[in-house]
Design a protein around this ligand. Sequence first.
Ligand code: NAD
Length: 490
Amino acid sequence: MKFNKPTQVFSGGSWHEVSGGRSFDVFNPATGEVFAQAADASREDVKEAINAAAAAKDTWAAMTSSKRASYLLKAADVMEKRQQDFVDALVGEGGSWIGKAMFETGYSIEALRAAAAMVFHMNGEVLPSEHGKVSMAVRQPLGVVSVISPWNFPLLLSVRGFAVAMAIGNTIVLKPSEETPLAGGLLLAEVFEAVGLPAGVFNVVTCARGGVQEVGDELIRNPAVRGVSFTGSTAVGKHIAGLAGSLLKKACVELGGKDALIVLADADMQRAVNAATFGAFMHQGQICMSVERIIVLQAVADEFIRRLVANVKKLGTGDPSAMGAVIGPLINEKQLRHVHEQVTDAVARGAQLLTGGHFQGLFYEPTVLAGVRPDMKIFREETFGPVAPVVIVADIEEAIAMANDSEYGLSAGIITGNEDVGMNIARRLETGMVHINDSSVNDEPNVPFGGVKSSGMGRQNGKFSVEAFSELRWVTIERGGRQYPPPFNE
Ligand code: NAD
C-alpha cells in the first residue's frame, strides 16, 4: 500500500496542499517505525473543506435518491477492489490483528451498501389536521455534517459516522484520528475520488495531535455545520456535545464503556468462556463494547475461571499481520501505561493475577484478574486493553447491582440457560444495548447502536442514523378549512 500525499487533504473534490505545508508521522505500533505521513491541517484548511461541503449541499440533496445511492454502491465496489490496501493500513497504523482488519474492511463495505438502501427511507408522515389541511411531517437533510472518528475501528467508525448521513443528502467533512489517518479517512477520500462523487460532498481533513483542538473546534463551531457525528472518548465527547448543545446543533456522540458480561449459574460454560474471551481480547480489548467486567455467579466461578484462564493462555501475541498472533500491540505508550497502571492498582488492592500482567514494547500480555472489587480502578475506569477482570457475586440481584454500578452504559452480555431470566435481567440493566447468550461486542448495520449515561447520546445505523442526521419539518397546505377570528378578516 502506498499513500503519497503527505501534505494534502481532500476537499472540494480534489487534493490540496495544507496551508502550512506540514505533515506528521504515523507510526506502526508493532514496530515503532514510521508507517506513513499525513497532512497537518489548520483551521483555515478546515474552513475551506466546510465551505466546499456547504457549496455542494443543495445540489446533492436535490439529486434523485437512486443517483445518490449509486455513488455509495460504486464506492463499496471500489473498496472491495482495494481491500488489501485497507487491511494493510488497519494493520500498519492501527495494530489490528489481520483477522480483525479483514472483518472491519468487509463490514465497512457492507455498511456502505446498507447506507445506500437508506436513501429510500427519508420517511415522513401525513398527519390528521383540525382544519382539514394537508398536514405533513417531512424529513430533510441537515446540510453539512462534521464527522470525528477514533483509531480503534477507524474505517468502520468513520463509515458508520458518515455513510447514512451522506446517503440521505448531507455533505460531509470527516476528521479521522491522528493515529489512523489513512484507514480512517484518506483512503476513503481516494475511493470517493475514484467514483467521481460530485465535488464537496465528501471531504477529509487530517491533523497532528497538537492541532486537534483548533481543527475540532472549527468542525463544531463553523456556522455552516448543522450536525456532528462523534465517536471517541467520554472526555472529548462531553466537550463536543456541550459545545454543539450550546450552539443548538444536533450531535450524536458514541463514547466509552465498561461493559459487563454476566455469567449465571445455569450458563452453557463453553459459550460463557468463548464470549468472555472474544469480548475481552478481540483487538487487544480496544473496543468501546469490550467485555471489561465479567460478573460470575459464585456457584460456577471456579469452573469458569479455570476454563477462561486456559483459553486465554492459548491466545498468541505478536506481529498482527500473522493470522496466529491474535493479540497485537496497543496503540501507543500512553495507552500501555494506562492499562498497566490499572492492573497494578488491582493487584495492590488484592486482586489475583492469574495470567498475563507483563508487556514488551507495546505488546501487553492477555491478562486475567480474579477477585476484582468496586474499589479498584479496573472496576470503574475504561481499560481499553487485553484484560479480563472477574468479579464474583452471590446471586442475580448482586450481579445486576454490580453491572449497574458504573458511570458508563454502553452494552452488556448475559449468559444463561433461561431466556426468560435473561430478558428480565436485560430490562433492568442501564445500558443502550444488551445481548442474551452473547458477548457485549455486537454491531449490525440496521440496529440502534449507542449508549446511555456516560457512554453517549443518540443512536447510529440504518433508520436511527436517518433520524439523527435529518430535520423533521411540519409542512401544510391550507384548503379553506381554517377560520381566522372575524376582526382579522377582510
Ligand atoms: P479520543 O476522544 O481521544 O479521539 C477521538 C477523536 O476525537 C479523534 O479523531 C481525535 O483526534 C478527536 N479529538 C480529540 N480531541 C478533540 C477535541 N478537543 N475536539 C475535537 N476533536 C477531538 O478517542 P480515541 O482514543 O481515538 O478512541 C478511543 C475511545 O473511543 C474509547 O474511549 C472508546 O470507548 C471510544 N469509542 C466509542 C465507540 C462507540 O461507538 N461508543 C466506538 C469506538 C471507540
